[in-house]
Design a protein around this ligand. Sequence first.
Ligand code: ZN
Length: 484
Amino acid sequence: MKKKTARVSSEATLSRFVKIVGEKNAVRGEDMTPYLREQRDLYRGKAAIVLKPANTEEVAKILALADKTKTAIVPQGGNTGLVGGQTSFDKNAIIVSTARMNRIREVDANSNTMTVESGVILQNAQEAAAKVERLFPLSLGAEGSCTIGGNLSTNAGGTQVLAYGNARDLVLGIEVVLAGGKILRGLRKLKKDNTGYDLRHLFMGAEGTLGIITAAVLKLFPAPRAISTAWIGVSSPEAALSLLNLALARAGTSLTSFEIMPRIALEFDLRHLPGARDPLGSPYPWYVLAEIFGDDETRTRELMESLLAGGMEQGLVPDATISESREQRNQLWKLRTAMSDVQKPEGGSIKHDISVPVSSVPAFVKEATAKVEQMIPGARVVAFGHLGDGNLHYNVSQPVGADKAKFMAKWEAVNDAVHTIVTKYEGSISAEHGIGLLKRDLLAKAKDPVALSVMHAIKKALDPNGILNPGKVLRWKVPGGRKS
Ligand code: ZN
C-alpha cells in the first residue's frame, strides 16, 4: 500500500496527541464550535480536535509529533482575529489553543518589564501592569478577550500606537516553539543586544506560520497620572492633519491618541449605540478624538486647552469639548470604539485596513472616496481610524435600501480599486489586522517580489513540512506536492 503523506489524523495518531495534554484538555465534536467560528462570521472552520496545552513543554511535544506525522497545526489565542488567521479549514488539522497558558510569570517594575505567557488576555496584562503603577500601552477593541500571543503574532496596533508603537515595538524577548518541537528560549529583558539577527521580529507578525509564541517579555511604561481627552470638530482630513502636527509640536510623545472619524460614523453611533449623544452642539464634517497623558491633572488639561486654542487661532478647530471625568472620557471613546458594531445594522460593509504616509491621508481619502462613489452610487464611506499612524479602517457601507448580497458581491472589485490607490501612495494593504487567509492572495500581488521570495525562504527553512498554520499569509507548496 502506498504510504500517505497527507495530513490524515487517524484515531491512533490523535490519541497520541491527546495523551500529551490529557483527555480533559482535548475538545472534540460539537464542543469545538467556539474555536471554529470567528466573530464576524466570515469563516466557518473545520478541525480534527482542539488541544489545550498547559505549558511550553506540552506545546513542544505537540509540534514534535505533528512534524513527525505531518499533521497541520493551527495556533489560536482569543479567536478575535479579523483575517481568518486563527481559523482551521482542514478537517484533519489540530487547533492548539493557548487558553490555559495564561500565567503572568513576572512583573519587574524596576526593569519596566513583564513576562507573560501567550494565553494571557490583553486586559489582564494591562491590569497587572497598573497594579505596580505601570502602563502596558497596547490597547484595542478586543482587549477583553484577545491574547498576548495573538497580539504579537499579528503585530496588533490599536489606539495608542502614536506614542508607544505597535505590538512589535513593545516586546523585548520571546519564547517560541519551532516546527520540530525545539524551544527558542529568548525571554530576555535586554534593551541592548546586538548579537546578530533579531529573531524576535521573525515570529511577530508571522501569524503562527513559523512557530508558536508561548511567552514574551513585554515593555512597561510609567502609568499616566492624568489624562485629558478632547472631542474636536474639524472641516476636513486636511484640517485634522494640520491639527495633528500642531498637537505633536506642542505635546510631543504626551500625545497618545489622535483618531479621526467622519460625521456619518457619529450618525451611526447616534442611531445604534444606546445612550450615545453628539458631544458638540452642531454637526461637523469630521471629528478628531485626541488624548494626552501627563503627570498632573491641571497641567495636562492646560496643555490640551492650549493646543485647542492654537487650533482655533489657525482656523482648524471650530468647536471642541474636553472630558471632565473618567465617565465622560469613556463616553467619548465609546463613540470611537463602537464603530464596527454600529455599522452592522446599516447593512453590508466592505472593509479595508490600510495605511499610507500620514501626509497622504487627505489625498487618499479624497481619491478613494471619489472612486468608490463612482463604482457604487449611494455607497457610504465610513473611513475612520488612527490618523496619527496613517492607518484608516476604510469601510464602505452599502447604499440605503440596497440588496446586501449584491453589494457584498462587489467586495473584491472595491478592494482592488481602493488598494490600487493605496499602492499609488506607497501604503500598505494591511496596517494592523494581518494577512491570514483573507489577504493572502492580495499580499502575493502587492508585496515586492524580492521581499516575498525572502519570506518563502524563511518559511521553508523553519517549517519544511508545512505543518504550521498552512495556507495562511503565504501560499505554500510542501514536499510531496501537497498545497496549502
Ligand atoms: Zn484600528
